[in-house]
Design a protein around this ligand. Structure first.
Ligand code: NAD
Length: 284
């Protein structure tokens, strides 16, 4: 039977440490502040933004929300970002994606000052990530590395197979694992012999967006499985990309969905906001 990697437990452990750090910063008159911009009224985005606000409040980070109407233009959004970039009381800026289709999302991500880019989506920060010298790390992949560290997993020398090559999960996860001296394979929709490749993984990361995509034949005995997938089923329940019932007996460790990788993403966003403020104020 596999050991369950409990994302809520790892989150709570990290948040407790950050609460102390924020209190110490506050005592020095330093107030980490996260600005979240939401455009339009997408219900899922609203839930994500509320969760980010709650996490900030929980650990004492100042949270500011900028809710803009659906018909906001790219120029209007860019001018708000300019204002926040110039505001010294702002540590981090995040624009909740997706924005309405008429908005140029690339221009938006590129306008955020890299020093305040707590999502690590700016091309400058992506470049730094490739070079291995980022100060802020992309949240979902960084959350997975944090989980592995919490569980005492030695990453160096392991073969990590990642299914999915998205800019927010698959690619940055590959870079982080490479930084930690794993041997990395990225699989995607055109990968030949997917099952065979996956079954060689010591650490298998599933970021596909398809329920129960990873089956027992794709899992090596004793593998560690990280399931990034969040799929909403017809009955309203959440389901990961991994067929948990089939794969769990073969794995040595596995993340559940929900309660696995999900809670770590916001946790790392909090970490980046504190880091951004410390760097801005030259605090070690
Ligand atoms: P995406 O749609 O951008 O990328 C999916 C990837 O899967 C693509 O690179 C594609 O090549 C690959 N893929 C698709 N079909 C495949 C197949 N048959 N075989 C092999 N590879 C295939 O998705 P994403 O943004 O990376 O998100 C993936 C999943 O993770 C989604 O369920 C998403 O909701 C979830 N997610 C969770 C978090 C979190 O905080 N836990 C964060 C981001 C994304």
């Amino acid at each position: 039977m596999a050991t369950l990697i409990d994302g809520k437990k790892v989150r709570d452990h990290n948040l407790e440490i950050m609460k102390g750090e924020v209190a110490e910063l506050n005592a020095q008159g330093v107030y980490p502040c996260l600005c979240v911009i939401i455009v339009g009224s997408d219900p899922a985005s609203r839930v994500y933004v509320n969760n980010k606000k709650k996490a900030c409040e929980n650990i004492g980070i100042v949270s500011r929300e900028y809710a803009m109407p659906e018909e906001t233009t790219t120029e209007e959004l860019l001018s708000l970002i300019d204002e926040l970039n110039a505001d010294k009381s702002v540590s981090g800026i995040l624009c909740q994606m997706p924005v309405p289709k008429h908005i140029d999302s690339k221009a938006v991500l590129e306008r955020i000052d890299p020093a305040k880019d707590v999502d690590c989506f700016h091309p400058y920060n992506v470049g730094k990530l490739v070079q291995g010298d980022n100060v802020m790390l992309p949240c979902t992949p960084a959350g997975m590395v944090e989980m592995l560290d919490y569980m005492g997993v030695e990453i160096s020398g392991k073969h990590c197979v990642i299914i999915g090559r998205s800019d927010i999960v698959g690619k940055p996860m590959a870079l982080l694992m490479l930084q930690r001296n794993a041997t990395v394979t990225i699989c995607h929709s055109r990968t030949a012999n997917l099952s065979e490749v996956c079954s060689q993984a010591d650490i298998l990361v599933a970021a596909v967006g398809r329920p129960n995509f990873v089956t027992a034949d794709m899992v090596k005995d004793g593998a560690i499985i990280l399931d990034v997938g969040i799929n909403r089923m017809e009955d309203g329940k959440l389901c990961g990309d991994v067929n948990f019932a089939e794969c769990e007996p073969k794995a040595s460790m596995i993340t559940p969905v929900p309660g696995g990788v999900g809670p770590m993403t916001i946790t790392m966003l909090m970490r980046n906001t504190i880091t951004a403020e410390k760097v801005a104020k030259n605090i070690k």
